[in-house]
Design a protein around this ligand. Structure first.
Ligand code: TIU
Length: 223
């Protein structure tokens, strides 16, 4: 067993039953012209964490951890896109519309790709998900079960939307989850802070929080 220094208390884990899950580091959320920008968001906030997420992924690979990547995207025929998700609000573009990086949040389009800086290695699991949570309507649960995963180290975007939803889904399914706070980001600084506070409160009611340095220190003996 190893231990990550964490809030609200230390996080014990066995690397053999632990996966790093990187949520939705896609061009559609991080780059201009994508889905995130179409909602009126400042994507530069998310770009700032790319080097940190890269360092976390590298450390996890070096330690032999399973690495899972997710992508929020829909089938080209939009058969997995509920009208409630497509039609809500007044965005500049809707999911499935043509944008500068292809159709927004559609599998196979350039915008749905994971950013090149964080590209999955061949052999790493990539989960395409139609919802905000990575367990809903995906094979993530069975994949983790097949690999005997019990602990999840969580990074990616956005903290209060897909990251938080996935951590809550995982927590209810019996996983021990730890959020890496400098490897996740929101378009809204106060939402990120509130998410970390609410998930770690009440004795880690949803999960733990830590830093990339603390994860790397626990995995590989360096910060
Ligand atoms: N809009 C927003 O903050 N997030 C999403 O729509 N999806 C994810 O968080 N990946």
């Amino acid at each position: 067993m190893k231990t990550i220094k964490a809030e609200p208390f230390d996080f014990p884990f066995d690397p053999n039953t632990t996966a790093l899950i990187v949520i939705d580091m896609q061009r559609d959320f991080v780059e201009e012209g994508g889905f995130g920008a179409s909602l009126g968001n400042d994507v530069s906030r998310l770009q700032a964490i790319i080097p940190t997420v890269a360092r976390l992924i590298e450390g996890a690979r070096k330690a032999g951890l399973m690495v899972v990547h997710t992508r929020e995207c829909h089938q080209p025929d939009l058969s997995d896109l509920p009208p409630a998700k497509r039609d809500r609000g007044s965005p500049a573009l809707r999911i499935g519309d043509d944008g500068p990086m292809g159709r927004l949040l559609v599998a196979g389009e350039a915008g749905a790709d994971i950013i090149p800086e964080l590209a999955p290695l061949s052999g790493e699991i990539v989960i395409d998900k139609p919802g905000k949570g990575a367990f809903y309507a995906t094979e993530l649960g069975p994949v983790l079960a097949r690999h005997h995963i019990l602990h999840l180290i969580v990074a990616g975007v956005t903290t209060e939307v897909c990251v938080q939803t996935t951590m809550r889904e995982a927590n209810d399914r019996g996983f021990e989850c730890i959020l890496v706070t400098d490897a996740t980001e929101s378009y809204f600084a106060d939402f990120k802070a509130a998410t970390i506070a609410m998930m770690t409160a009440q004795g880690a009611i949803v999960g733990w929080a830590t830093t990339t340095d603390a994860v790397l220190e626990a995995l590989n003996g360096r910060g």
